[in-house]
Every structure is written in structure tokens, then in C-alpha cells.
Design a protein around this ligand. Structure first.
Ligand code: SF4
Length: 301
């Protein structure tokens, strides 16, 4: 169901989850527990177990803006309101600036289970804009990306988070980059990465193969500052350090542990995952967190 004539889907009040506190915003039974809302607007949404719900209704303008951003970013249209709000409060917030010229795209896709995607904006002389993994192919986001310079290159961390990559390729005529061992050739990807050695894409972008979650998983390092980690590495808010996801190491946990150890040779300040929490720290602290993560991984069977 379109929301006020826009390509944003909204929830069904009849299927409102009982865990929501009473009031305007609610989550319905279609929630797939991707945690996008609880990461984007933690003061409003929480993970109550196997789904998310509203634990506090927005009271301030900033809380309302964050709640509307979560509504727009939700991959399944599981967030709704009983009152009318201007959808642009959420729509116009994306792509959301993170640091320097790096943005979070919002508009997550159900086919990648709500994985987060990112945009790097650069002048054509530096290679043009780069999209990391695929957001939902939503017209409002496309217009905004177009206004920011379009997409020259699309970097795909692994096969689970490719979502609408073909539509982005058609719209922007961008070159896609992906590892062969995750089916890049079958998907018709233009720049196929092979083997386990890092590949320099240009002066600022490095591909680092990190098999483990999937056989052909890679991470992308931008300017030795931003590490786009797909499903390889994320921040754990409970353990307050970097972590990996043992239960979804589909290819090989020992391999993923070795891939993680390899990352100790690189410097970065941002961990920007597809799933799990973002983390920003100085390079030294990030290195220490990564060491902790590797040591922990070696204890887990
Ligand atoms: S963003 Fe949507 S699907 Fe994801 S946890 Fe929140 S309500 Fe559920």
C-alpha cells in the first residue's frame, strides 16, 4: 500500500504487535527483526525478542524525525502511525551523512533482510560515486542519489546483500565489483575479484577478500578510514567490542577467523556493516577491539 502516494510501505493497524506501547507509532506482525529501526532510533524502537516494537512514543521533533526515518528505512513496511505525518521528514533524511563524504542509504531491502548500504560521494576526477551493497530500488532514494552525482561503481560485499543490484546497474550504468566465489560471473558482474589477495580498485579503495560468512565475502577499505564489512564484522553493543556472527558463518568459521586476523594489518576508524551495529573509534582503539574479536573467535567452535 503506497504511503501518501510515495513508494514507502506502511504497516497494518489490525496486526499491531501487543508489545508496542500505546500511541501513534507501532510495529505490526510482518516485522522480520532486522533491527534497522532499533539501531536508527533506539529511543523509540527496541528488539523485544524475535521482533521489534515501539517502547517509547516520539515526544520531540528529533524523536519524530528519527521514527519517520525508521519507517522509511524498514524493509517490510512494518512500521505505521495512526496520525498523519509528512513522509518527507523521513525520506529527505536519506542518504544520511556519517562522516566526510560517506552516507548511510536507509531504504533497506527485504531481499537482503534489511542489510544496510552506503554511498561514497566523489568527483568524477576521483572515480565518481560508489554504492556499497544494494538499498531498495525506491524512486525517492534514486532521485536523491542522482542529485548527488549518481553511481559510478557498485561494490557488493557478498551474495546475500545484492538485492536490487541489476536495477541500479541499469539506472546508473555503474560497474559492479564482486568476488567470483559468491557467484559474480553468474550475476553478470562487470569486475570479478578472484583469489584471496587484496585488490586496489583506485587510489582510495581496496578490496580485501574475507572468506568465512560466505566463500566469496569481501570487505572494502576506503582511505584507510572506512571499512565496509558486509556480514563479516560488526560492533556488539552488549559486549562493547567488535564481533562476528558464529551462527551465520555459512561457509567456514575457522576461515572467517583467519580472514579477521588478516584485517589486523589494516588501519581504519569506522566499521560499517550490513547487519549489526556501526562503530567509530580512533584507529588504535579499533585495532585493540579487532584483536579482542580475533582472540574471542579462536575460543568459539
Ligand atoms: S526495521 Fe522493520 S523489519 Fe526491521 S526490525 Fe524494525 S520493524 Fe522490524
Amino acid at each position: 500500500m503506497p504511503f501518501c502516494g510515495y513508494y514507502v510501505f506502511v504497516a497494518n493497524l489490525q496486526h499491531r504487535l501487543p508489545e508496542n506501547v500505546p500511541g501513534d507509532f507501532f510495529v505490526d506482525a510482518t516485522c522480520i527483526d532486522c533491527d534497522t529501526c532499533s539501531e536508527l532510533a533506539p529511543s523509540i524502537f527496541r528488539d523485544h525478542g524475535d521482533q521489534c516494537s515501539v517502547h517509547h512514543q516520539p515526544e520531540t521533533a528529533e524523536e519524530l524525525r528519527r521514527a519517520m526515518m525508521a519507517l522509511v528505512a524498514c524493509p517490510t513496511g512494518s512500521i505505521g502511525t495512526t496520525e498523519r505525518h509528512d513522509p518527507h521528514t523521513g525520506i529527505d533524511a536519506f542518504p544520511m551523512p556519517l562522516d566526510d563524504n560517506v552516507y548511510f542509504c536507509g531504504f533497506t531491502s527485504e531481499s537482503s533482510f534489511g542489510a544496510w548500504s552506503y554511498l561514497i560521494t566523489r568527483p568524477a576526477s576521483e572515480g565518481g560515486n560508489v554504492l556499497i551493497d544494494s538499498p531498495r530500488f525506491a524512486s525517492q532514494l534514486l532521485k536523491r542519489i542522482e542529485a548527488m552525482g549518481g553511481v559510478s561503481r557498485m561494490l557488493l560485499t557478498h551474495k546475500d546483500d545484492v538485492a536490487d543490484h541489476e536495477l541500479f546497474r541499469e539506472r546508473f550504468n555503474c560497474e559492479r565489483v564482486m568476488h567470483r566465489d559468491d557467484g559474480a560471473t553468474r550475476l553478470g558482474v562487470e569486475h570479478v575479484i578472484q583469489g584471496t589477495e587484496p585488490v586496489q580498485l583506485d587510489d582510495d579503495l581496496l578490496v580485501i577478500p574475507t572468506p568465512g560468512h560466505t566463500r566469496g565475502h569481501v570487505v572494502f577499505l576506503y582511505r584507510n578510514k572506512f571499512l565496509f564489512t558486509g556480514d563479516h564484522l560488526a560492533w556488539s553493543p552488549t559486549r562493547q567490542t567488535l564481533t562476528a556472527f558464529r551462527s551465520v558463518a555459512w561457509y567456514s568459521w575457522p576461515e572467517q577467523t583467519r580472514s579477521m586476523e588478516k584485517l589486523l594489518s589494516y588501519e581504519f576508524e569506522w566499521v560499517l556493516p550490513g547487519h549489526g551495529d556501526i562503530h567509530h573509534d580512533d584507529a588504535q582503539s579499533m585495532h585493540e577491539h579487532l584483536q579482542r574479536c580475533v582472540s574471542w573467535m579462536k575460543t568459539v567452535k
